[in-house]
Design a protein around this ligand. Structure first.
Ligand SMILES: [Zn+2]
Length: 64
């Protein structure tokens, strides 16, 4: 599988839908763990980078 590139502040879509119905998340912290915020309900989640990479469907870049 190809490596998808993402940066802090990017909007990403995950394969799994959050219970609130949103697929899109904002990357708010990067490290060994990725911290993301659900755009639907503001819920914050920490995911190990390896797991995040598997869940990542696509990166929706910010406008700037
Ligand atoms: Zn949500």
């Amino acid at each position: 599988m190809e490596e998808k590139k993402y940066e802090l502040g990017d909007i990403v879509e995950l394969k799994k839908k959050h219970p609130c119905g949103s697929l899109q998340w904002e990357v708010v912290r990067m490290g060994a763990d990725i911290k993301i915020r659900c755009l639907g309900c503001d819920h914050l989640v920490m995911i190990p980078r390896v797991k995040f990479n598997k869940q990542l469907k696509k990166v929706v870049r910010k406008e700037n």
